[in-house]
Design a protein around this ligand. Structure first.
Ligand code: GAL
Length: 991
């Protein structure tokens, strides 16, 4: 039996003593003091059997100091335990509502000074904005209450326990409690007081709560005000000075709705806010009101009468050093980054963020799906038997959670949808939450993805639906069954707006196919876009035993159960670097589109409500990547949903090179999130004169040879290349392997898109089975002809009869060295291949290869199903910067459609490689890396990559697509690389 002080740990109710109803997080001039700062702290491995630490006179001299807010597992260098990462798994036995005796418990003691004049206050309130997971509170030795709901705010009336001068606050925080079963989100478990603690003097005649329900209709703003205050607070005055509004309400009964003329609406694109105050004689509340009306009309979700397309991100609160502790500057910069990447929406997965985040969202402009703090995913393992979502025992906790969520954030114009939570199965408690929201806020729709059949929510939502399935949802003519739905339930779901609350799992290198989802949204109005999973990697900055810093993921802290690097699935790396996937996203969702049509470009404005008057348009022409002309393009203001046809500038066409036109839409002035000139949208047009592909010169008269010779800048011994331009080199060798991406390692069952996929078996497994990572070579012949050398080799892996024939021809053509490699698979290959390439190794010598300059697609890596951010041009990079430092090393750095590559050493060209397209006009891509795919595949973290003394160049005739199979669909068939014959042709010079 649990001893008395810990019995409440298994209580399924939301605690006792916290003030109800919950209220908005308001900016008030009522006196308050932050209790953030240094507290005394003691960690016990189990719940201590006494509560004596809470008494006033307790001697805490021997205790450590800890900063509030923080997570104790991220403090004290491991002295207070370590973070645990799990996705679905509960890191404790599934024995609801109980948790193990091994329950790390943090005792905190803090002090605050109560000013003498606070004795005039009506009430003294202590507010906790976030404590994980359950806490109990004492003030000056008096037990005040307890509360759970880690990412929710709780206020306690402590009036009768405080006194002027010094006061002692004692808080006991349990890492595990009954509510841990409700907080099984895919993230680190991070206990502690991790958000602000504030003591507030509530004035006599103060305003308890305000809700300004604002609407917008045809230039008129509506305000329906709700003021919660004692009779003594009246008269209460609402002022909106900018529009000359002043409403005086003498009694609570006078608080009525009113309208305002000349209002500009709020939208994510034009986040127009008005300063409003609501005051009594004793207190002034300051709000920033935005006027907008949210509604669902038939199967469309509208704001201010217009359909919204969500180009959204799932946003967790995560920081490599602070965990979920809010850092406003970092969060603001993160949101500004989202805006720069054309993101217009945030789902606050899977709990309410720090309340300030919503002020920022109002101000910078985002459509927000505000999600409640709820997930019981671990019950999936039990086929949802015992799931709290359908058990009356937990009903109060569910209702308490949604009430605290909605009440806290109800004033924000950015919040347009309420979400009940995530992956909590289904059941009557969820239905009760939804009913509560509908009763309290008739305007905003309710979302919850787990309501597959649409019994109690207003929006049809799915996660990771494939492109095909998404299309079927959007299509009325399709009778295709919807997930878990009978035909009638499916028909019901098709009457609602559809949202991909999660899609495009951004783990590691990927995702592919963003453009396919985007195309559907513009075809089927029921589809409202979605939210990429997810915005950031959750890496925790730590160090190796020998002191090297790295970003840790699951398992790095010795967790008993964990889910590895599944927590590293963001569009932004832990160190704030935008991934190529995010650049791709920006290009795919750009709100202004260009279509080239003859001598015109058609500019289309796909925004929700903003015209293009904030943009200017510019163009440039390049010949083989070199600027030849540029200018501004006159585009008259394009209204929402409209297009404008604009003549192209005169384009001088190169006769002996490529000619490309680039058009950009850029910001005409600075905004809160980007500088003037920031590129919002871009497109390119190929105006190259067609040029014949030079045929390979046939060589005859081949004779067997020892293969030791010099051909121009190439030296061979026994048929093998050993030096190029005096520089040691090895290769070319066939390379079919790439270090598997997280998507290549994915086993997701959704394989309808690719006939090469086997449910439950990853491509990477098949590649390893077939030995693509361990190919061996048997040379069949070495022959010479005048100015030419030819080798034929058979490449295959141990215990495999599958093979690839590789014919390599070196020759001098017009005095230049040409390499032609013919790659021909044997019959019988069943899988997709990661790549078809040849590898050349350049060991470090006097002037090591350490950089590249190229003409082709860049500047970022690109793959067949992720090519929109790649543009044609000239680029340069160090070898190091060609690779993306994914949290788990994997394939990276491929630049597609290479025309010309210069390998450089300290900025100087050492070799020049020009590609010749194959007979179908296809050009190879390249990667240049300090590690081979095999070495990269061995490393679990970047620091595990060996010291390198070689640069490896891989020229790929083709690469497999990326897909998002780590959690979602496989590579679309068009971008899946099936074994096939390929030719690679290169000219290699030193000029
Ligand atoms: C979803 C879940 C997210 C995350 C994602 C995979 O099922 O809602 O929280 O776990 O999968 O990364």
């Amino acid at each position: 039996m649990p001893s008395e002080p810990s019995a409440y740990v298994s209580d399924t109710t939301p605690g006792r003593g916290a003030l109800r109803p919950a209220r908005s997080w308001l900016h008030s001039d009522a006196p308050s003091r932050s209790l953030n700062g240094l507290w005394r702290f003691r960690l016990s491995p189990t719940v201590p059997t006494t509560e004596d630490f809470a008494s006033e006179g307790f001697d805490d001299e021997g205790w450590d100091g800890i900063t509030v807010p923080s997570h104790w597992v991220l403090q004290g260098d491991g002295a207070y335990g370590r973070p645990i990462y799990t996705n679905v798994q509960y890191p404790f036995p599934i024995d609801p509502p109980h948790v193990p005796d091994e329950n790390p418990t943090g005792d905190y003691r803090g002090h605050f000074d109560l000013p003498a004049d606070w004795s005039e206050a009506e009430r003294i309130v202590l507010r906790f904005d976030g404590v994980e997971s359950l806490f109990k509170l004492w003030v000056n030795g008096d037990e005040i209450g307890s509360a759970s709901g880690s990412r929710l705010a709780h206020e306690f009336d402590v009036t009768s326990s405080v006194r002027p001068g010094d006061n002692v606050v004692a808080v006991r925080v349990h890492q595990w409690s009954a509510v841990s079963y409700l907080e099984d989100q895919d993230q680190w478990w991070l206990p502690g007081i991790f958000r602000d603690v504030t003591v507030i003097a509530r004035p006599v005649g103060g305003i308890e709560d305000v809700w300004l329900r604002t609407g917008f209709d045809n230039g008129r703003g509506h305000v329906e005000a709700e003021v919660i205050a004692d009779a003594a607070a009246f008269p209460v005055t609402l002022r909106l000075p900018e529009l000359g509004v002043e409403q005086v309400w003498d009694t609570a009964a006078d608080v009525t709705a009113f309208e305002i003329d000349g209002v500009e609406p709020w939208s994510a694109e034009q986040p127009r806010l008005y300063d409003v105050t609501v005051s009594s004689a004793a207190e002034t509340i300051s709000l920033r009101a935005g006027f907008r009306t949210v509604e669902i009309r038939e199967d469309q979700f509208l704001v201010n009468g217009r359909r919204v397309v969500f180009h959204g991100m799932n946003r967790h609160e995560t920081h490599p050093e602070r965990g979920r502790v809010f850092d406003e500057e970092h969060a603001r910069e993160d949101l500004a980054r989202m805006k720069r990447f054309n993101v217009n929406a945030i789902r606050t997965s899977h709990y309410p963020p720090h309340p300030r985040l919503l002020d920022l969202a109002d101000e910078l402009g985002f459509w927000v799906v505000l999600e409640c703090d709820l997930e019981t995913h671990g019950f999936d393992k039990l086929d949802w038997v015992g799931n709290p979502s359908d058990d009356p025992l937990w009903r109060d906790a569910y209702l308490d959670r949604i009430e605290r969520t909605v009440e806290r954030d109800k004033n924000h114009p950015s919040v347009v949808i309420w979400s009940l939570g995530n992956e909590a199965g289904t059941g009557s408690n969820l239905a009760a939450m939804s009913a509560w929201v509908h009763a309290r806020d008739a305007e905003r729709p309710v979302h919850y993805e787990g309501d597959h059949t649409g019994e109690y929510t207003d929006i049809y939502a799915r996660m990771y639906a494939s492109v095909l399935e998404t299309e079927q949802i959007g299509t009325d003519g399709s009778r295709a069954a919807l997930l878990n739905c009978t035909p009638a339930q499916g028909a019901r779901q098709r009457t609602k707006p559809f949202l991909l609350c999660e899609y495009a799992h951004a783990m590691g290198n990927g995702p592919g196919a963003l453009d396919q989802y985007e195309a559907l949204v513009h075809k089927h109005p029921r589809l409202h876009g979605g939210f990429v999973w997810e915005w950031r990697d959750h890496g925790i900055l730590t160090t190796t035993p020998d002191g090297r810093p790295y970003y840790a993921y699951g398992g790095d802290f010795g967790e008993v159960v964990h889910d590895g690097n599944f927590v590293m699935d963001g569009m932004v790396l832990s160190n704030d670097v935008a991934t190529p996937g995010l650049h791709e996203y920006k290009a795919v969702v750009q709100p202004v589109r260009f279509a080239f049509d003859g001598d015109d470009v058609v500019v289309t404005n796909l925004r929700h409500s903003a015209d293009t008057s904030d943009l200017r348009f510019r163009w440039r022409v390049e010949h083989d990547g070199t600027l030849v002309d540029s200018g501004d393009m006159k585009v008259s203001v394009v209204a929402v949903g409209e297009s404008e046809r604009v003549p192209l500038p005169p384009i001088p066409v190169a006769h002996d090179g490529e000619t490309w036109l680039t058009v950009d839409a850029v910001l005409a002035a600075d905004t809160a999130w980007a500088r003037e000139g920031h590129v919002v949208a871009t497109a390119q047009l190929d105006r190259s004169a067609s040029r014949p592909v030079p045929a390979a010169r046939p060589h005859t008269d081949w004779r067997q040879s020892d293969g030791t010779l010099t051909l121009g800048i190439a030296e061979f011994i026994d048929g093998s290349l050993v030096r190029l331009a005096g520089r040691a080199v090895a290769g070319p060798r066939l390379e079919l392997f790439r270090a598997p991406t997280d998507n290549d390692e994915g086993t997701s069952g959704d394989v309808e898109d690719s006939d090469a996929s086997i449910p439950g078996v990853s491509h990477a497994q098949l590649w390893r089975r077939d030995g693509l990572d361990r190919l061996t070579t048997r040379r069949l012949s070495v022959e010479r002809a005048p100015e030419a050398l030819r080798t034929i080799s058979k490449v295959s892996a141990a215990h495999s009869a599958l093979s690839v024939m590789v014919e390599t021809v070196w020759s001098l053509e017009d005095g230049e060295l040409e390499l032609r490699v013919e790659i021909q698979p044997s019959a019988g290959w069943q899988t997709v291949w990661p790549r078809i390439g040849i590898r050349l190794d350049f060991p470090d010598g006097a002037a090591p290869v350490d950089g590249a300059k190229w003409f082709g697609l860049g500047p970022f890596e690109s793959y067949p199903d992720s090519l929109h951010a790649a543009r044609n041009g000239r680029f340069s990079s160090t070898v190091h910067d060609l690779s993306v430092e994914y949290a788990r090393p994997q394939e990276t750095g491929h630049r597609s459609q290479l025309r010309e590559l210069a390998l450089t050493s300290a900025g100087s060209k050492v070799l020049r490689i020009v590609t010749i397209p194959d007979t179908r006009g296809r050009r190879p891509g390249f990667t240049l890396s300090r590690h081979t795919p095999q070495q990269i595949a061995q490393a679990g973290h970047p620091f595990e990559l060996p010291e390198s003394t070689t640069s490896h160049l891989i020229v790929d005739a083709a690469q497999h697509g990326l897909g998002s199979r780590a959690c979602g669909p496989d590579v679309w068939p068009e971008f899946a690389l099936r074994p096939e014959s390929r030719t690679i042709r290169l000219r290699i010079t030193t000029d």
